[in-house]
Design a protein around this ligand. Sequence first.
Ligand SMILES: Cc1ncc(COP(=O)(O)O)c(C=O)c1O
Length: 407
Amino acid sequence: MNPYLKDFPILNTKRDGKRLVYLDNAATTQKPDSVLRAVDDYYRSSNANPHRGLYGLSIRATQMYEDARSAVRKFINAEKDSEVLFTRNASESLNLVAYSYGMHFIGEGDEIALPVSEHHSNLLPWQMVAKAKGAKLVYLYPDKNGRLPQKELDKIGPKTALVAVAQVSNVLGTVYPVEEIVRRAHAAGAVVVLDCAQSIPHYPVDVKKLDVDFAAFSGHKMLAPMGIGVLYGKEDLLNKMPPFLTGGEMIEYVSEQDATFAPLPQKFEAGTQNVGGAVGLAAAIDYIQKVGYDTIMKTEEELLAYTLDGLSKLPHITVYGDTKAGEQRCGVVSFNVDGVHPHDVASILDSDGVAIRAGHHCAQPLMKYLGVNATCRASLYFYNTKEDIDIFLESLKKVRGWLGLGA
Ligand SMILES: Cc1ncc(COP(=O)(O)O)c(C=O)c1O
């Protein structure tokens, strides 16, 4: 019995009499009681507009918001609270870097290097920059195991101004060699934007050790509510970047024709902020730390090996990326069933209470590279069990039969 299951109310509910087997954790994770309670408590006892009021309740809301920032700073081992910006999600964080850094510090002839597996959120912002500034997108192509060969990493060179990379691919589950990418990028004088959306729920992320220039992630993929995300940026870079969004809270002084801006982090936090979300994120960090990354990684590696092994015994299944569990592989498994559209697979599994994802996973250039339009994707978290995987595999066995195709 998984000891954490009891903490997640939704995982203990039934749908049409069937237990929910939730294998769409790369899309969003479920929330433990402690996170739900923290958000509820905040709204019941401490809600006020932060940074604005001079009365006790607002000061308390401000304190909770800033405490959440400190919790994130410690969690990712950033140097200063001012290097931690709250956003709505990883997408907004990445857009912030593209619009505020990319549009001002990338120029004609510069290259932006990125794996072809990037989520659209770490690809489209760079397309916009490249188009606006006359820069070139240089793609790095993974091998059939989802790894980036040396010859692809060699594309990071003197013309590279920025490398955008996900620590973990949301389709292939590959853990990319971030340390090596950072070394090569910095040697070339380029900055590195790390998309941690799929890594930080599963692995510790130490921004100082990795020496990345920016790092982005979403709270909702790591047990926190939707609507809160983080951008880490090195202070010297954030200081020289202009604001992304403008409006209330982010100014120092405004005259009719001009404005000066607040210091970090307020310069990048225009308008009323999501204090409830930040409080929920701090509670999620607390929960993850209590479970411990060692336990999370060990549980998921066992579950991943079990899933890949089960899939390898089924006929008519193609798995994309590495078919073996290991250090360079996270619990995201993309696959297809011969002759069946992924949407049909997902619908049939749903009738057994199994929730998986089907589609292009916001990675259409990767789909094209893999020669498919879409895949099914089962993604794991530490609250999943071998029983979940058994139900998933049993349901999968029925798919072709349902559609009148041979077993
Ligand atoms: C690797 C990766 N980056 C970025 C994102 C975007 O996250 P969000 O939709 O929370 O902004 C996702 C979402 O699935 C993702 O998997």
